[in-house]
Ligand binder design. Structure first.
Ligand code: NAD
Length: 249
């Protein structure tokens, strides 16, 4: 198995892409902690996994990702219980489509808090442990295709994903000497709650621009994370891997 004996923490792991990553990593032999915004949603995700496999090594948690100390505390606890932190997936994110003239400072701050500050916090807390362990590690951040193309409304969201790309490439350079690889995955339109929250007309319009003719499934996106977390990707760092059916908007 590709991730035998590895310990992975996944933010935004309770549904959508993050939940598919959790399942994909468990299937490859990893122990997994899924983080959600509330303990109940984390518990629900854990139960769904345990219903399928009662022996699955999975835990749920709900740290406030915008508070660095809460992520650090969780990772320290996981390391104490399971021996290491080998894979950190900073995947939690929120979308925002408000036009610029109506954008409130609070909306902008909220997107930056979850999509950028939380990713920074996760990278920092994981890197501290990985450096201390001395055995390297893998950090994976969730970007988006809008982190390449921008989007025509809701400027905070693409701005946050451009920031994730910059953080990923910079940390790959900073942490390479510790054998910590840092990569991002940039999903295109993916069939999760984030997509179903959009107006159907908009989803149709977006889908028509995808050369593969359909949105991606969360499992198809998750496969990229499993690969990048594994030794099969041992010389890949600083990459932003598009998983978008060749969408060009
Ligand atoms: P989703 O809405 O299905 O899941 C979002 C996850 O983030 C949930 O687990 C939720 O608990 C967590 N989350 C949200 N706000 C949080 C908060 N304040 N604190 C802690 N956790 C919080 O979304 P998804 O589509 O699976 O998106 C996951 C990632 O993929 C996001 O970073 C998103 O920007 C990115 N993405 C999604 C798409 C898409 O089409 N679905 C495309 C490109 C990028």
């Amino acid at each position: 198995m590709l991730l035998e004996g590895k310990v992975a923490v996944i933010t935004g792991g309770t549904r959508g892409i993050g939940f598919a990553i959790a399942k994909g990593m468990l299937a490859e032999g990893a122990k997994v902690v899924v983080c959600g915004s509330r303990q109940e949603t984390a518990d629900k995700a854990v139960r769904a996994i345990l219903d399928e496999d009662p022996d699955a090594p999975i835990k749920g948690a709900a740290p406030d990702l915008t508070v660095e100390a809460e992520i650090q505390e969780l990772l320290d606890e996981v390391r104490r219980d399971w021996g290491s932190i080998d894979i950190m997936v900073n995947n939690a994110g929120i979308s925002q489509r408000t036009p610029l003239v109506d954008y409130t400072p609070e909306e902008f701050e909220k997107v930056m808090d979850i999509n950028v500050k939380s990713v920074f916090n996760g990278c920092q807390a994981a890197a501290r442990i990985m450096v201390d362990q001395g055995t390297g590690g893998v950090i994976l951040n969730t970007s988006s295709m809008v982190g390449t193309y921008g989007q025509p409304s809701g400027v905070g969201y693409p701005t946050s994903k451009f920031a994730v790309n910059g953080m990923t490439k910079s940390l790959a350079r900073e942490l390479g000497k510790h054998q910590i690889r840092v990569n991002a995955v940039a999903p295109g339109v993916t069939a999760t709650d984030m997509l179903t929250a959009l107006p159907e007309e908009l989803v149709q319009r977006i889908s028509s621009t995808i050369p593969l003719g359909r949105p991606g499934q969360p499992e198809e996106v998750a496969n990229a994370y499993v690969f990048l977390a594994s030794d099969r990707a041992s010389y890949i760092t600083g990459a932003v891997l598009p998983v978008d059916g060749a969408t060009q908007v």
